[in-house]
Design a protein around this ligand. Structure first.
Ligand code: MEV
Length: 442
């Protein structure tokens, strides 16, 4: 069994690697080579990355790609995407190109309210707690003025603090439900600092307001934390065109295509097994932009899926209808994104991504990101209702299979040529490589 290690975080990078190689890799020095291959030769840049997280021993690469031709609210964008799944960027680019000739995407952000809560218990009479809260509310909010000063200068700050009685669900449980506008910052640190200040103020005030709260009526803070459920930090994006402008194939007229497309979205509306995969496809596009722009994709994922089940059933985040011979396709999704703070000014590729997008404010980035999700979903449904998903997917995956078999550049060229007119399957690729190699051996 691997021995317990103490003080690991205090070891140097080399010492950490040596420990790892000794205890997990049977002293195989090849492991050291692999880890070091991914170190950046620019020591300053490497140090920057080392300091993003604890116990960093190497860098983990993801492809950094771009999807051009996105027309959004009349402006053209090339969208940066960090993702490993082979077909995602190709699909986004294809959808962008398709819609740029049909008016492009429109997007808007109706609200950007974020939420945080102080969760606490109180064992006394609820009307006295209410009276106490009403008395202290404005002082409680101003107690955070040292934290909110700069945010207010930028046009944001605390929007409201409300006392919520949850004691019917958990005995003695109440919340301060706090709303914030964090402008262009994702705002997690700002919100959490305000909440911890409120918690502190609440505790201290409860000890001094003895004319309202009875002695022994104790407020106990359980925790103070922002919520990643942000149904009011919302973005809407859509596309529309005449039904006759939609693709048609030998098997499907444009109208049949539109009807099949709408049916596919309806299925994702009512069938959770399909909805999860449907939304996963949307998140392929969204996460890739979120990562490239240095935002927190776990927060975005959690918020998006919670929103998808806000009415009690997990459902599609997109909607499609045909109305008066016009096909409408749209998405509504909460995206708490930031373009200042966090990694945005630190990570060189994040800075580059934001530059590529014209240094957008948070609202614009929300719009662009939602569009990437909608485009991805359009591309996925388009494939699913026509050729099936595997044709495009395997075409993009072909290079991965060739690399698995350490194909030479010449072999790659020949196999890619073969699959221009043949269906890619794992088996068929292997057969082709073997065939080429046996020909050479003869
Ligand atoms: C694959 O990563 C995503 C899809 O499964 C999405 C979908 O089914 O809509 C293609």
């Amino acid at each position: 069994m691997t021995p317990v290690v103490s003080g690991f975080s205090k070891l140097s990078k080399d010492q950490k690697i040596n420990w790892l190689v000794t205890h997990h890799f049977n002293n195989d020095h090849n492991t050291i080579d692999i880890l070091k291959t991914y170190w950046n030769s620019d020591e300053k840049l490497q140090k920057l990355h080392d300091e993003f997280a604890e116990n960093t021993i190497s860098n983990y690469y993801l492809p950094f790609s771009v999807a051009p031709n996105f027309l959004i609210n009349g402006q053209r964008y090339t969208i940066p995407m960090a993702i490993e799944e082979s077909s995602v960027v190709a699909a986004a680019s294809k959808a962008a190109k398709f819609w740029q000739n049909r008016g492009g995407f429109t997007a808007e952000v109706p609200s950007t309210t974020k939420v945080g809560q102080v969760h606490f218990t109180y064992s006394g009479d609820r009307t006295r707690l209410k009276a106490f809260f009403n008395r202290i509310k404005s002082d409680l909010i101003s107690s955070a003025s040292h934290i909110t000063k700069n945010m207010e200068k930028r046009g944001g700050g605390i929007l409201d603090v409300v006392l919520r009685d949850k004691s019917s669900e958990i005995e003695n449980y109440y919340q301060l439900h706090c709303t914030f506008d964090t402008v262009d910052a994702m705002g997690a640190n700002f919100i959490n600092s305000c909440l911890e200040q409120f918690a502190d103020f609440l505790t201290k005030a409860s000890m001094t307001c003895k004319d309202v709260l009875n002695t022994g009526e104790h407020i106990e803070i359980i925790m103070s934390i922002l919520s990643n459920y942000v149904p009011e930090c919302l973005v809407k994006a859509s596309v529309s065109c005449l039904v006759k402008e939609l693709p048609s194939t030998e098997e499907l007229t444009s109208l049949q295509y539109a009807q099949k497309f709408v049916r596919a979205v309806q299925i994702a509306k009512i069938e959770p097994y399909r909805a999860v995969t449907h939304n996963k496809g949307i998140m392929n596009g969204i996460d890739a932009v979120v990562l490239a722009t240095g935002n927190d994709f776990r927060a975005i994922e959690a918020g998006a899926h919670a929103y998808a089940s806000k009415d009690g059933n997990y459902t599609s985040l997109t909607n499609a209808i045909i109305d008066n011979d016009i096909f409408h396709f749209s998405i509504q999704i909460p995206l708490a994104l930031g373009t200042v703070g966090g990694l945005t000014s630190l990570h060189p590729l994040v800075k580059l991504s934001l530059h590529l997008l014209g240094n957008p404010n948070a609202k614009k980035l929300m719009e662009i990101t939602a569009v990437a999700g909608l485009a991805q979903n359009f591309a996925a449904i388009n494939s699913l209702i026509t050729t099936g998903i595997q044709q495009g997917h395997m075409k993009m995956h072909l290079m991965n299979i060739l690399n698995q078999f350490r194909a030479t550049e010449q072999e790659k060229k020949q196999v890619v040529e073969y699959f221009k007119t043949n269906t890619v399957t794992h088996n068929e690729v292997v057969t082709q490589i073997k065939k080429l190699r046996s020909q050479i051996a003869k």
